[in-house]
Design a protein around this ligand. Structure first.
Ligand SMILES: *Cc1c(COP(=O)(O)O)cnc(C)c1O
Length: 225
């Protein structure tokens, strides 16, 4: 693998995942624009970034048919910079943030695809809904008013551990929640509940076995950061 070019590494992952019907988000954070252009030339059209300023600068410099996915934590006051072009926001971790995205999207006459981030790992973090809270607080939200967002599904990160049984269990928890929410009678018809974003360089084969429809792969394609 070490001797493979970026184009070969992208093609390897892309083809494997395509056969399984799984979407590949190439996580290009911290990498220079020229590196992203090389991936683009190899056929990559979906890039994931975790910082707003970095994504804006790269989007300005690179071809316009790229779909930009924001995968990191998003602050409310920065939504306006990405609202004109962002394709999907993976890290929605509060209802307040979702409403703020709706407002900025509406200002741009857009509908932005969003994933709710769920905290499934054992590590402490202040980001993400808990599985319990998400089910409970779902029906309190004014879905009909939030015309600027379209919920597509869930995103989660498993624990950073060698214990594959634990990682698998966490992915199973997320998949179960994804299926449960999809059957909610109050799921607005205009939502497209089709995306389960789970799996990174170290754990994506397990995630795909457990029902992932979208993986976010950085270092296995672009090298270590
Ligand atoms: C950096 C990052 C990834 C990609 O991580 P790799 O281990 O490099 O594949 C995926 N998801 C999120 C949310 C990230 O921040």
């Amino acid at each position: 693998m070490a001797d493979q070019t970026l184009a070969q590494k992208f093609a390897y992952h892309h083809h494997l995942l395509e056969q399984k019907g799984v979407t590949l988000v190439a996580v290009s954070k911290t990498k220079p624009t020229e590196t992203l252009q090389s991936a683009y030339d190899a056929g990559c059209r979906i890039f994931g970034e975790n910082k707003v300023q970095e994504m804006v600068a790269k989007a300005e410099a690179l071809p316009k048919d790229i779909q930009w996915h924001l995968i990191g934590h998003l602050q409310k006051n920065k939504i306006k910079y990405i609202a004109p072009f962002v394709s999907m926001i993976h890290g929605v971790d509060s209802w307040e943030l979702l409403e703020a995205i709706h407002r900025q999207a509406a200002k741009n006459n857009r509908v932005i695809d969003c994933l709710l981030q769920v905290h499934i790992a054992e590590e402490e973090t202040k980001f993400g809904f808990s599985t319990e809270d998400l089910g409970k607080s779902w029906s309190d939200q004014p879905w009909a008013e939030w015309t600027g967002i379209r919920l597509r599904g869930l995103m989660g990160m498993a624990s950073f551990t060698e214990d594959t049984a634990q990682v698998r269990g966490e992915f199973q928890t997320l998949k179960t929640l994804f299926d449960t929410l999809s059957k909610r009678p109050d799921m607005p018809g205009r939502f497209l509940w089709d995306t389960l974003s789970m799996g990174m360089s170290g754990d994506w084969p397990i995630a795909v076995e457990e029902g992932s429809t979208m993986v976010r792969i950085g270092s296995s394609i672009f090298g270590s950061r």
